[in-house]
Design a protein around this ligand. Structure first.
Ligand code: HAM
Length: 425
């Protein structure tokens, strides 16, 4: 019997990895420009961390976590998201004592037992960024601008939707208005909404049923119920986005699937991924650090799904995936192969990515491999070239070829060649 991968767990094969590398490299580059530092946290945590942060009455905690008991009967969970583990680490290591404002990011797999479909997996990967210790509205705008910059640099076009969920002081008055609105329509609500109305009323606004959505068009807007401080904050966020020329749209139905949010929430959405429209999402979570046993510090962040980014890049053919190699070394005959074998090593020592055929295939077959490999250049060593003390350098993109004289000192020769061709990178 063949053992297959688990449903919703995907192998990322070499032909796709180029996209992943480009996404991660661009993300690190953009995050560093905004002063973020990387943090790596475990994949497995105590279950209570997620129950306490994400909230008991959420889809994630109710039905999507990979939870099991270890040998000591301690309940453990494969992290369904990155915020709670980063905050746990922040509290555990008192990171706030090092710097009043911490900007942290992490990249890695998350696990949710969802129904797999395009863009929705059970093991997926997030780029996840958090800022802890500051609550200025301009920070919210800055964090969104960072997500926006990353997507722009990847060539991915999305829309930014924002909302404010208020704070513990003003949210109850909205909940009351929403419950009154729902009570009038009790008979028409779907089963899920009827259940959620009691356990987590805000979540009904996120219902996927078109019948419910049609009814909620007239639902009260949370932004009409904000207290003065939350309204000022939201206005400041919108102003900040304006200053940075980031286009956005208000979405009064955006409630997010995690309970820790306060004030600003946002989603980066696309219509190119079917039902999975969110490429990234996040918001402010003032109070969460304290809830996890830390000092009373505010926070904001976002998570972006790498698989969804890859799908968008593939769909938009925003290719520019890294060529797999700089040079494919084509060598014919015993002496040329020996020289090629040594040259490959010297060129790799110079930082070039070099492929070569060790099987002694024909010139035609090696040239074919060179073409297929995506290498930028073919370095050709045939018997004739060897007799003349030179090699051929073929620019695979342009289809042009020139001769290069060989010198005794392979190291120096490789260095000169590396200098010559890395200019075009
Ligand atoms: P989230 O909205 O649950 O937020 O997930 C963020 C992003 O992860 C989504 O927009 C989506 O791109 C991706 N994602 C989520 N679930 C899946 C899945 N099953 N398959 C593929 N991609 C998925 C959070 O996780 C928060 N921790 C974000 C955050 C950080 N808020 C503040 N800081």
């Amino acid at each position: 019997m063949n053992v297959k991968a688990l449903k919703g767990f995907k192998d990322i094969l070499p032909d796709e990895v180029g996209y992943w590398q480009r996404i991660e490299r661009t993300a690190r580059d953009v995050f560093h420009r905004f002063g973020f530092a990387e943090i790596k946290v475990p994949i497995l945590e105590k279950t209570e961390l997620f129950v306490r942060s994400i909230g008991e009455a959420t889809d994630i905690v109710e039905k999507e976590m990979y939870t099991f008991l270890d040998r000591n009967e301690v309940s453990l969970t494969m992290r369904p998201e990155g915020t709670a583990p980063v905050l746990r680490a922040f509290v555990e290591h008192s990171l706030h004592t090092l710097q009043p404002v911490q900007r942290l990011y992490t990249i890695g797999p998350m696990f949710r037992y969802e129904r797999p479909q395009k863009g929705r997996l059970r093991q997926f990967h997030q780029l996840s960024a958090e800022v802890l210790g500051a609550d200025q509205p301009r920070l919210d705008a800055e964090v969104m601008a960072m997500a926006w910059m990353l997507l722009s640099e990847l060539g991915v076009r999305v829309s930014l939707e924002i909302n404010s969920l208020g704070c513990p002081a003003c949210r109850p008055s909205f909940k009351e208005a929403l419950l009154a609105f729902l009570a009038e329509r009790a008979a028409d609500l779907c089963e899920d909404c009827t259940r959620r109305r009691d356990s987590n009323p805000l979540r009904v606004l996120d219902c996927k049923s078109s019948n419910c959505q049609a009814q909620y068009v007239d639902a009260p807007a949370i932004t009409d119920y904000l207290c003065g401080a939350c309204a000022d904050h939201f206005a400041g966020v919108e102003q900040g986005l304006g200053l940075l020329d980031i286009p956005f749209r208000r979405n009064k139905f955006m409630v997010r699937g995690l309970d820790y949010y306060t004030r600003t929430t946002f989603e980066l959405v696309t219509d190119q991924l079917g039902a999975q429209s969110a490429v990234g999402a996040g918001g402010r979570y003032d109070g969460l650090v304290e809830k996890l046993g830390g000092p009373s510090l505010p926070g904001i962040g976002f998570g972006m799904g790498i698989e969804r980014l890859v799908l968008l890049l593939q769909a938009q053919a925003a290719t520019s995936v890294e060529p797999s190699a700089d040079i494919f070394l084509v060598a014919l005959g015993e002496a040329a192969q020996e020289l090629g074998f040594r040259l490959a090593q010297s060129l790799r020592l110079q930082g070039l990515r070099v492929l070569l055929d060790l099987a002694g295939r024909s010139m035609k077959s090696q040239m074919k491999q060179a073409g297929r490999s995506g290498a930028r250049f073919a370095l050709i060593i045939g018997e004739e070239e060897l007799n003349k003390g030179q090699v051929g350098l073929r620019d695979m993109g342009a289809g042009t070829q020139s001769d290069l004289p060989l010198t005794e000192d392979l190291k120096e020769w490789a260095k000169a060649l590396a200098g010559k061709i890395s200019g075009g990178r």
